[in-house]
Design a protein around this ligand. Structure first.
Ligand SMILES: Cc1cc2nc3c(=O)[nH]c(=O)nc-3n(C[C@H](O)[C@H](O)[C@H](O)COP(=O)(O)O)c2cc1C
Length: 415
């Protein structure tokens, strides 16, 4: 159970932060609580340029990935602090990340009213049409007299308040479970099974069961993402250790929503060049997560050439490049002719990579054919200066969701 907990203030010292830190430790058997500092966010404004919304985008990704969100609010002048209102505006303006998201409100203040008034306000905000969160009803966690109820090492030492917190948080976890089981499709997603496992698809070249289709995508060493013709993120291949971490919560979102803001212009430039028929392939060699990766965007078209969407292939090519750099192709016979490049090399010199049953080399029979990019008349991108040769875009312009390392779809380079 993943819970995101927002510290409802931008103050350096905060009892609400102490409460969340206590909850993270105290409830570690029940949930994985990640504490988020709203001080990282810019002040909300409808005119804030997209390029300054990277942190907002990161927060939205975290909310999407969380099973539930806890808002811990202080009380300022009988209301919530401006910084918390601003954060909530970011989470409701032109986004649906809070829609139907289970949320819980807690709060600490100095006064005897124990943030009761600000919590009422927070609850009102969370059920407004643009937030539309699934608010845990009742279950008020009212912690007043902040300076007296926590120990020096941050434990909630008021037994009555602690008992109430335990009861309310347990109810929140139960509340989340109810929503988690709401649709069969959602329930089955994490089990990694196609919905109709016995069905199969007839292709002109053979038939595949849905299970086989799913496992093929999980097995091939490239990951694939699909943005459909209406520019929505429609599908991604499910495989371990993806270069780009995707979330089912992002499915069906506009592509502009699921990329870091700085990356949106270049992503749209690629998609529009495919839609307009100006390009079919864009190739981007990049350093990602410490290794050399290749990203290729392809225009997906039907047999009549109508645009169906954009697919993004991403994968580490470290293994292939190492194989090449270590002479993997030097000694192997050409699978099509049986001829070795080195006349004096014995035929079984190819043994390390020769197919045991066929004797054929693992190297493709099409070694000499052009790469898809070249075939499409697209020059390969120059990996040295980081510019994408096909788009002319610099790779230094944007950042990855979590760690500022390269994200091919964002155009950001690690170095
Ligand atoms: C601008 C301002 C207004 C405040 N108004 C209230 C209030 O209306 N009721 C209250 O109980 N405490 C009020 N307080 C005191 C807060 O409860 C106290 O600062 C508390 O520690 C804030 O939570 P935090 O420690 O998480 O920042 C106010 C504090 C500030 C700075």
């Amino acid at each position: 159970m993943k819970i995101l907990a927002l510290v409802g203030t931008n103050a350096n010292f905060s009892y609400n932060r102490i409460l969340l830190q206590f909850m993270k430790k105290h409830f570690q058997q029940m949930a994985d609580i990640e504490i988020y500092e709203i001080s990282k966010l810019p002040a909300f404004g409808v005119d804030v340029p997209l390029s300054e919304q990277t942190e907002v985008w990161k927060l939205k990704q975290k909310v999407k990935a969380a099973d539930g969100v806890v808002f811990s609010t202080p009380e300022y002048d009988h209301g919530i602090p401006a910084a918390l209102k601003s954060a909530t505006e970011w989470l409701s303006y032109h986004t649906e990340v809070l829609k139907h998201k289970p949320v819980m409100v807690v709060g600490v203040s100095y006064g005897r009213q124990a943030s009761a008034r600000s919590q009422v306000q927070m609850r009102q905000i969370l059920i407004s049409p643009d937030c539309d969160a699934n608010l845990l009803p009742g279950n008020e966690v009212l912690i007043g007299g902040a300076s007296r109820v926590f120990s020096k090492d941050g434990r909630l030492i008021n037994a009555e308040m602690r008992d109430n917190l335990e009861k309310c948080f347990t109810h929140f976890i139960e509340y989340i479970q109810v929503f988690k089981n709401i649709t069969k499709e959602e329930a089955e997603m994490p089990i990694k099974r196609p919905t109709i496992s016995d069905a199969y698809i007839n292709f002109p070249t053979g038939r595949l069961t849905l299970k086989e289709v799913q496992q093929i995508f999980s097995t091939i060493p490239f990951e694939i993402d699909l943005v459909d013709s209406s520019d929505r993120f429609a599908w991604y291949s499910d495989k371990p250790n993806r270069e780009h971490v995707r979330s089912v919560a992002s499915l069906n979102e506009p592509v502009t929503e699921c990329h870091p803001p700085k990356a949106v212009p270049i992503v749209m430039q690629i998609i529009n060049s495919f839609r307009d028929g100006k390009k079919d392939v864009v190739t981007r060699p990049l350093w990602m997560n410490g290794h050399r990766s290749l990203i290729q965007y392809y225009a997906l078209r039907d047999v009549d050439g109508h645009y169906l969407g954009t697919i993004e292939f991403t994968g580490s090519v470290e293994y292939i490049l190492n194989l090449f750099e270590n002479g993997g192709w030097d000694q192997n016979p050409d699978a099509t002719t049986g001829a070795s490049k080195h006349d004096d090399a014995p035929a079984d010199a190819a043994a390390p990579v020769a197919g045991a049953s066929t004797g054929a080399s693992e190297s493709s029979a099409d070694d000499d054919t052009a790469s898809p990019a070249e075939a499409a008349g697209t020059p390969a991108a120059d990996s040295e200066d980081g510019d994408d040769a096909t788009t002319g875009a610099s790779e230094s312009g944007s950042v990855d969701a979590d760690d500022e390392t390269a994200d091919a779809s964002t155009g950001a380079s690690e170095n």
